[in-house]
Design a protein around this ligand. Structure first.
Ligand code: FES
Length: 586
């Protein structure tokens, strides 16, 4: 006599289960055996059949001794698991690559795509109905969203939260705008070795991500604007109860999303990306976010249109008074109400019908957040911190594919400037000569650094060229600087970045020489190099560009397949195969 199998008995009827623990079986050529074996192994960890019937929610564990920005991972994991269990799911955490800015040589950007591949393939290979992605430090959130976008599972992004600020000789300090400011003072011999050592103990006062509008804070706010994080979860500092509650809520929401089949591609729509661009511009956010947004959109079949983004910049003022464009830190933004306060102010510019992870629209979530209260960190559209968006897009014969400048953190006196180029061929050349006493350089020159683009050097944050020591000692604080690399979101100055195409693939930058004249006009969105066609042709034939390659390993893959900054510096084979259009839409 045969009895009807119990609902959980999927080992006998694996075809009945295409979700939960039975999803994506290992191929042994016998599906029944595959599931039987899987369950035998997981039961070795003490799970019951009843537990294994639940929707499975994966949690990416990016805790690492090398990553203090993720130092609250154990507390977050515990809270996410609690939220998942409360909603009737089964939490399954697993490790992935973790990247910290200061512990990734030669640059974390070199490894972002590797982390995205790791995340993507583990979400695919392991059985889960949804996932909570826990990231924080600069490249981790983009990598996770790029990977998850390619898999199209229900996904919630949870960030680790910002670090607390410290105090140096009664001045409030935080990473990393103040790190650069103090290092600049030390180079200019305004402070001594003892003081620079003292402040080193105070700049990072707790675990968590950088406390200003660096890339981590920018990506946290962008994730909330995209609707891929739970409302209000971008701003709580890493060590607060609010951060833990956001983690619990993220776990709960992931279960509801799994049950409703609310996949990431239903949230990351063109409208959501446009909301994210508005927030990037209105917060004076990191220029790096442009590269990451391009890569994320590319995974879903959308190309980032830099000219359309610039058009949005002209009517999106900077409202968030956060360093480096303003004066405050992330903990102040949180006390001022966090993202709901900013989004409420930006309402006329947003798509309020965009869906969020909660299943409600952005507009519905804002209604639920209430009317707000008096505060001074988020300015109003009528009285903004800066009249246009934080980032402007430049074009011209030096950057046919575009370049960008963080105009809200630039020196207004240098934004319309023509000067003589002082050229460094690569990062090594810069390091060797920038502080040389005999360097022929004046304050009104333009510093140019080549070969730090995606293919040339994996696009390090070396675009923030130091002021030559002899000029710094004379009190020069800013100069126009141009490169095909990136800079940290915590940095400031009149700095032109992401020059596309880069020098290493034969972009015009490759042939600029010391003594050439360059004109920057942010008002005209122009970056122009004064060179005749005949002179350019002569330089090109005298010095043909040979694209760099690598003989083996990940470096080989990277150099062979990495795309330019306007395509997010993603690998060409990771972008979506179908093209759905461009964002922002005109
Ligand atoms: Fe991790 Fe700044 S170093 S967020």
């Amino acid at each position: 006599m045969t009895s009807k199998p119990a609902p959980h008995d999927t080992a006998i009827h694996p075809e009945a289960a295409s979700s939960g623990i039975s999803k994506g079986l290992t191929n042994y050529g016998d599906r029944g055996f595959s599931l039987f074996l899987r369950k035998a192994f997981i039961k070795g960890a003490g799970y019951t059949d009843k537990a294994l019937e639940r929707p499975v929610i994966g949690i990416t564990n990016t805790g690492s001794a090398y990553n203090p920005c993720h130092g609250n991972m154990p507390q977050l994991m515990e809270a996410v698991k609690r939220g998942i269990l409360m909603a009737g799911g089964l939490p399954m955490d697993f490790p992935t690559i973790s990247l910290h800015e200061s512990f990734s040589a030669p640059t974390s950007m070199y490894l972002r795509n590797l982390m995205s591949m790791d995340t993507e393939e583990l979400l695919r290979a392991q059985p889960m109905d949804g996932v909570v992605l826990i990231g924080g430090c600069d490249k981790t959130v983009p990598a996770q969203l790029m990977g998850a976008a390619s898999v199209r599972l229900p996904a919630v992004q949870l960030v680790t939260g910002s670090m607390l600020t410290g105090s140096h000789r009664s001045e409030r300090v935080g990473a990393c705008t103040d790190c650069r400011r103090y290092w600049g003072k030390f180079r200019a011999e305004e402070i001594d070795a003892e003081e620079i050592a003292d402040v080193n103990n105070q700049l990072v006062a707790s675990v968590g991500t950088c406390s200003v509008a660096g890339t981590a804070s920018t990506m946290a706010c962008i994730a909330e604007a995209l609707g891929i994080s739970v409302p209000g979860s971008a701003s709580p500092p890493a060590v607060t109860a609010d951060r833990i509650r956001a983690a619990e809520r993220s776990g709960e929401v992931a279960v509801h999303m799994a049950r409703a089949g609310l996949t990431i591609d239903r949230i990351l729509t063109p409208a959501a990306f446009e909301n994210a661009v508005r927030v990037l511009l209105a917060m004076g956010g990191s220029t790096n976010a442009i590269v990451h947004l391009a890569a994320m959109a590319g995974r879903l079949g959308y190309a980032l249109d830099l000219k359309a983004l610039d058009a949005m910049s002209r009517d999106t003022p900077v409202l968030l008074d956060l360093k480096p464009s303003g004066d405050h830190y992330m903990e102040d933004f949180h006390a001022a109400g966090g993202m709901p306060t900013l989004l409420r102010e930006l309402k006329p510019l947003l798509h309020l019908d965009a869906l969020t992870v909660t299943g409600r629209t952005l507009g519905e979530e804002l209604e639920a957040a209430g009317p707000g209260f008096a505060q001074s960190v988020v300015k109003t559209l009528k009285a903004p911190l800066y009249p246009q968006g934080g980032i402007a897009v430049l074009h011209g014969n030096l950057a046919p594919g575009g370049a960008i400048i963080k105009q809200s953190a630039a020196n207004p006196a240098l934004m319309e400037h023509e000067g003589r180029a002082v050229v460094f061929e690569n990062a090594e050349d810069l390091a060797a000569r920038i502080d040389a006493p005999d360097l022929d350089v004046r304050a009104d020159d333009i510093l140019v650094l080549k070969h730090i683009g995606p293919k040339g050097a994996a696009m390090p944050e070396a675009g923030y060229l130091p002021i030559p020591k002899k000029l710094a000692a004379q009190g020069v604080k800013d100069m126009v600087r141009i490169s095909d690399g990136r800079m940290s979101g915590t940095a400031f100055g009149t700095i032109v970045l992401h020059v596309t195409p880069e020098a290493a693939v034969g972009g015009p930058l490759a042939w600029v020489q010391t003594g050439d004249r360059i004109r920057l006009s942010v008002r005209e969105r122009l970056i122009e190099w004064q060179v005749s066609d005949a002179e350019l042709a002569a330089r090109q034939s005298a010095q043909p560009v040979v694209e760099p390659t690598a003989a083996r390993g990940y470096a080989h893959l990277f150099r062979k397949t990495v795309m330019q900054a306007d395509r997010g510096a993603d690998f060409d084979f990771l972008a979506a195969t179908e093209c759905k259009g461009s964002i922002p839409r005109n």
